[in-house]
Design a protein around this ligand. Structure first.
Ligand code: ADP
Ligand code: GLC
Length: 493
């Protein structure tokens, strides 16, 4: 059995701020299902420790970064799948009121370099003879900047029988940049702070550590793999990525249909089979009542489940809202993010309470309910490495309206004469990311919503698609195998 350590700063259902958690919860489960001996490593946030039932100590890591207290690894299990998880227990760093990356006011924790430096250090150590555990991975799979220094530590330590390393970019816009003196603070050798190394525009970049020192790079859709090699999407790292393009592959994310299944969704007032229009309509009635929207089956309900920021194109939604409302559509939003956008949405809801409902915050329950009640999902993202909500929307018979970028371009087929005829249309997709193009896509969708036969055709093709994780998991396994076959990953059992 191949042994894989999967390191991530968030893992559903233990702790989640976005899609990374969904992937880190579902992909390891799919890998385990396919016969991989996988363990997940994440920080020991108190709620995660509790949800994972983490009590058994695997061993102590000491105090490698001179924080003043020892850290240890505690083991538990992912609820649902039972995948083993290892939590990095260090209350001084992870037991605090607020989010995993920021305090309650939305400010980054000032010691994030230490917090995720230690996570990276732990991931690397668990692959070496310094590990307190007997189990040693053949592959270390890191995700996003928070684990980016793990391959850098393995390089610095010149570990002889080191694992094969895979680094997945979920979002290149978050890079984990810190002042140069952080290099020494984290115990990394000064010579690694160089252009061919950890340095990025005069700062230490955790992300660049992952990209420079890992054996293989992946990102979460084929289109995004190409996009990030261009200046428009590469956030200044496009050069390095183009250099490493032979080692970079885009593997589309999947959807966890155990969690996102309208037939058995515990959050819904009226669970329904995909394609059961009457069942779906009951959820629309319930949500309209719950949110104070006018009770109307004919008014198309446009839903948003998203972080509220410019990356997600939420400013475009605000610009297009007056037109959308003139079309007679309703809009329901659950999201949190930039305060100006939150305020903007609140203001429209206040002036149009029966047509626009906005719930600022994070609610798993409302996310599921809106997915079930909506006729369309709005995703005008400026860029979208993969996006998961479109997968969920498709399964719930909610038609995505989205910008043709990243994973959205790879998963959605615009509705036109041909694609409607061939039954492949599963969304409304626009090429140029501006309010006008978005508005036009919404207008097309609303017009077709009134033509019930044609709408049913689109919904039928939405629900017929299978984006389950097994196909993507098989691609990761091929990647792991290719590394081991190349002599990487001679870790001990
Ligand atoms: P990203 O990771 O960039 O935010 P994704 O589409 O990959 O985008 O994943 C977002 C995940 O977070 C989905 O599972 C979505 O349902 C969830 N989500 C986003 N905002 C909220 C919210 N306000 N309340 C509940 N779930 C949310
Ligand atoms: C990031 C991306 C999103 C992707 C998710 C999981 O948060 O923004 O597009 O779906 O990671 O890979």
């Amino acid at each position: 059995m191949m042994r894989v350590l999967f390191a991530s700063s968030e893992v559903f259902p233990l702790i989640k701020t976005g899609g990374l958690a969904d992937v880190a919860g579902a992909l390891p489960a799919a890998l385990a299902e396919a016969g991989i001996d996988v363990r997940v490593l994440l920080p020991g946030y108190p709620e995660a420790m509790q949800a994972a039932g983490a009590k058994r100590e695997v061993g102590s890591l000491g105090d490698p970064l001179a924080i003043g207290v020892d850290a240890r690894i505690v083991s538990g299990k992912l609820p649902g799948s039972g995948v083993p998880v290892w939590l990095l227990d260090c209350p001084a760093l992870f037991d605090r009121a607020g989010g995993p990356y920021q305090d309650a006011k939305g400010r980054d924790w000032p010691d994030n370099a230490l917090r995720f430096g230690l996570l990276s250090w732990a991931a690397a150590t668990l692959c070496t003879d310094g590990s307190p555990a007997k189990w040693r991975p053949q592959i270390l799979h890191c995700n996003d900047w928070q684990t980016g220094l793990a391959p850098a530590y393995l390089h610095a330590w010149e570990v002889l029988s080191r694992p094969g390393t895979v680094f997945t970019i979920h979002n290149i816009a978050y890079q984990g940049q810190f002042p140069p003196e952080t290099v020494a603070r984290l115990g990394l050798p000064p010579e690694m702070y160089a252009m061919d190394g950890l340095e990025y525009y005069d700062s230490l970049s955790f992300l660049k550590g992952g990209l420079f020192y890992s054996d293989r790079l992946t990102t979460v859709s084929p289109r995004y793999a190409k996009e990030i090699q261009t200046p428009a999407f590469g956030c200044g790292i496009e050069g390095l990525l183009a250099q490493r393009s032979a080692d970079l592959v885009g593997i589309l994310n999947g959807a966890d249909y155990g969690v996102w299944n309208p037939t058995s969704d515990p959050h819904l007032a009226h669970p329904y089979k995909p394609g059961d229009a009457a069942g779906k309509a009951r959820n629309k009635v319930a949500v309209q009542a719950e949110l104070g929207l006018a009770p109307s089956a004919d008014a198309p309900l446009l839903v948003i489940v998203s972080r509220l920021n410019d990356h997600k194109g939420m400013d475009l939604v605000l610009s297009a809202l007056p037109t959308i409302l003139r079309l007679g559509a309703q809009v329901a939003v659950v999201g949190a993010g930039d305060s100006s956008l939150e305020d903007g949405f609140r203001a429209v809801a206040a002036t149009h309470p029966t047509q626009v409902a906005v719930r600022i915050g994070y609610s798993e329950q409302l996310a599921h309910q809106l997915m079930a009640a909506g006729d369309m999902l709005l995703m005008p993202s400026r860029f979208e490495p993969c996006g998961l909500t479109q997968f969920y929307a498709l399964r719930y018979g909610t038609v995505p309206i989205a910008h043709a970028t990243g994973g959205l371009a790879d998963t959605l087929v615009d509705t036109g004469y041909d694609t409607l005829m061939t039954g492949t249309a599963n969304g409304f997709v626009f090429e140029h990311c501006n309010a006008g193009a978005f508005q036009w896509a919404v207008e097309r969708a609303v017009a077709l919503f009134a033509k019930k036969d044609q709408w049913r055709k689109i919904v039928t093709s939405c629900i017929g698609q299978d984006f389950g994780w097994s196909r993507s998991a098989a691609r990761y396994i091929d990647l792991y195998k290719s590394l081991v076959a190349n002599g990487k990953g001679r870790g001990k059992e």
